[in-house]
Design a protein around this ligand. Sequence first.
Ligand code: NAI
Ligand code: MG
Length: 487
Amino acid sequence: MAAQRENTKIESRLFINGKFVESSDKKTFRLLSPSTREVVAEVSEASTQDVNTAVAAAKAAQPSWAALSPPERGAYLRKFATLMREHMQDLAYLEAISMGRPVRDYIDGFVGARLWEWFSEAGWAIHGSTSLNSPGMVGMTLLQPYGVAAGIIPWNAPVIFFSSKAAPALACGNAVIIKSSEKAPLTSAFLATLAEKAGFPPGIFNIIHGHGTTSGAALASHMDIRTLSFTGSTATGRSISIAAAKSNLKNLHLELGGKSPAVVFDDADLESAASDTQFGIGWNAGQICMANSRIYVQDTVADKFINIFKEKWGNVKIGNPLDNEVGLGPVADSLQFEKVNKYIELGKSSGAKVILGDKPVQRSQLNDGYYIPATIFGEIPEDSKTMKEEVFGPVVCINIFKTEEEVIQKANDTEYGLYAAIFTTNHSRALRVAKAIQAGTVGINCSAPTNLPDLPFGGYKSSGIGREGMIHSMRNYLEEKSIMTKL
Ligand code: NAI
Ligand code: MG
C-alpha cells in the first residue's frame, strides 16, 4: 500500500437519490485523524428530513429495480466491484486517516469486492419451495424483496460491513440506505462516488453519514423501512430493537459485540497458537467484534506460551498507520481512547499482573495521537470488568486452566457468544470442545479474524440475532410468502 495518497479525493456529502447533497439543515460534523488529531474532513450530518428523503426515493425506485432480471441487477454490482478493485489504495488511505487502520494490514477492500462479485451472480439463487403434501392442493412459497432495506454500520471495518449489507440487499431486489459511522464515514462516502460511477438507478442505493441518535434512530423507527441490518455494540443493538418494536416491527439482523475466548491446550503447536492469537487481538488494535480478548492456556505450557506471545506482540511496531511497517495504529477516537484506558486502569486495580504494556505511550512522541500500547494482563480475576466486558482495544487477558471441563465453563461464562478458538492436536477433543462452546463461530487451530465467507456468521446469546455470509445473508433481505391452490 502506498504510504501517501495525496490524490485521493475526499468526499464527505450525502448520496441521496443518485446525487451528492449537503444535509438539509447544512449541519456538518468534524472528523479528526486519530494519529494526529488534525481535522481530516467536515462531514455532512444527515437529519431526520434527509432520512425521510432517502427512504421516499428508495421506495419510489424499488419496484422497477425488483422487476429487473438477476443478471440485469447483477451487472451494476459487478461494475461496482470492478471499481472497488481499482481503488484499493484510496480505501486503505481513507481508513488510515479516519480511524487509524494500518495500511499494512488493509484487507477490507478485497473482502468487500469479493462479496460484490459473489452477489452479482447470486440473484439466480433466490428460490422458494413447493409442497404436494396436502391432498388436492399444491403449495408454493415465493421469496420477495422487503422493499426498502437499511444498513447501519460501525467504524472498525466499514468497507466489509458496507458490502455485506448493501450487496445482498441490492441483489435481492431491495433499494437500500446505508448509514456510515460518525467515526469512519470517509470510505462509505468514497464508495458513494463509485456507486455514482457504476450508474445505479437513482434512489436504489443511498449512502448517508451522521450520528446514531439522529439519522441512525430515524432509520430504526422509520415506518417504510421493512428490514434493517446492524453491526455494532450490544447497547445500540438493544436501542434499535426497541425502536423497531415501537414503530413497524421491521425485520432485524443484529451482529453485536464479543468477548471471544481462545483456548490453548498443552498439546497445541504453541508457536502457531501464539502467532494466531496475537494477530487475533492485535489486528486493528483489538477493535474487532470477534477478537480473542480472553485467552485460556493450560497450566503445563502457560509460561512458554505467554513468553512467545509477549515477544511477538512486543515486537509489533506502533505508530502512524500510513507507515508500511506499522502493525499497531491508534484507536479510533478520543472516546475509544478514554474507554480503553479505563479498562486498563480497572485491570490494574483488579490485582492482575501486567505482563506487557505497563507504561502509556508518550503522546508527544507520536504526534499526540490516540495510541495505546499492546497490553497483556495475566492472573486477572474472572469477574473483573476488563475480563467480562468488551474492551475493544489492544488489551488481552491471559488466564491459566487445568482441565477441559474447567475451561469450557470459563469460556462460556459470558453474555457474549460470537467467536471462539481452540488450539489442540487432539481431533476428538477439538470437536468435543467446539460442540460445548456457546459461540456462533469456532476456529480450530485458527482464530479471529479467520472467517470463511460462505459460512453463516453471527452470535449466540447477546452477540446478536441472525446470520450473515454469502447465501445466508439473503434471508435478511427476502420476505417469504406462501401460496396454495386447490386442484
Ligand atoms: P455504536 O454501536 O454506538 O455505533 C455503531 C453504529 O450505530 C454507528 O453507525 C452509530 O452511528 C449507530 N448508532 C448509534 N446509536 C444508534 C441508535 N440509537 N440508533 C441507531 N443507530 C445508532 O458503537 P460506537 O459508539 O461507535 O462504539 C462504542 C463501543 O461499541 C465500542 O467501544 C465497542 O465496544 C462497541 N462496538 C462494537 C462493535 C462490534 O463489532 N462488536 C463495532 C463498533 C463498536
Ligand atoms: Mg455510540
